[in-house]
Design a protein around this ligand. Structure first.
Ligand code: FES
Length: 229
């Protein structure tokens, strides 16, 4: 479990940049009069995108902006693990260790991160490049094991694949996100096992003109047969 408490070291103050202040006003306006408090999550997210984490002054600033008690904003910030309550590195590696990821080998992904970065969960490398966190279900269980790095997901990881991801991040190279084994969407590993038929062949195409001609022919034959009787 992740420890959810404010950092012991806090900045003296917080305020949005001019650009983010205008954006915060636009976000607040999306909510009906009297329900501005609903903007608390997007505003905490905006503060985190600006500073990299959510500080106590940022919580107080947002409470003031939304005219909410500080404790209400603090409750939200400490409940959701996507809000970083401590300063973090440039790349925040969040490893899912919940059951589906565990069954698919996330312990090896965790081991790789710890081996390569030399840090434990909740720690940041000395160069402030990487922070490592453990999270509960990243919501992509079908392609487990899964790691989120900032806003991107890396899936179907193994020790070696995770190692390559870290190496490429260190080199500043672009990495393809999503399945690391080129799984198509969330199809089974090794390709589809069901619904293999070509759907175009399953429903025979009807020749409506021929069907109409057949009908007319049958109708005519019946009428001739009635006339002969
Ligand atoms: S359990 Fe890991 S993504 Fe859901």
């Amino acid at each position: 479990m992740t420890l959810r408490e404010l950092s012991a070291s806090q900045p003296d103050s917080f305020s949005f940049t001019d650009e983010n202040f205008s954006l915060s006003k636009r976000i607040i306006k999306k909510y009906p009069e009297g329900y501005q408090a609903s903007a608390v999550i997007p505003l905490l997210d905006l503060a985190q995108r600006q500073e990299g984490w959510v500080s106590k002054p940022a919580i107080e600033f947002i409470a003031d902006l939304l005219q909410m008690p500080v404790i209400r904003v603090l409750e939200v910030a400490t409940f959701y693990t996507m809000f970083n309550l401590q300063p973090i590195g440039k790349k925040h590696i969040q490893v899912c260790t919940n059951l589906p990821c565990l069954l698919r080998g996330c312990d090896q992904v965790v081991k790789c991160c710890k081996d390569k970065l030399g840090i434990n969960f909740g720690e940041t490398t000395n160069d402030k490049m990487f922070s490592l966190s453990e999270v509960e279900c990243a919501g992509a269980c079908v392609n487990a094991p899964v790691v989120a790095i900032n806003d991107d997901y890396y899936e179907d990881l193994t020790y070696d694949l995770m190692s390559k991801v870290i190496d490429r991040l260190v080199q500043g190279e672009n990495i393809k996100i999503g399945s690391m084994i080129n799984r198509e969407g969330s199809s089974p590993v090794g390709n589809k096992k069901t619904l293999l038929e070509d759907p175009n062949h399953m429903v025979p195409k009807q020749d409506l003109l021929k069907a109409k001609a057949d009908y007319e022919y049958q109708k005519k034959q019946k009428s001739i047969s009635k006339g002969n009787n």
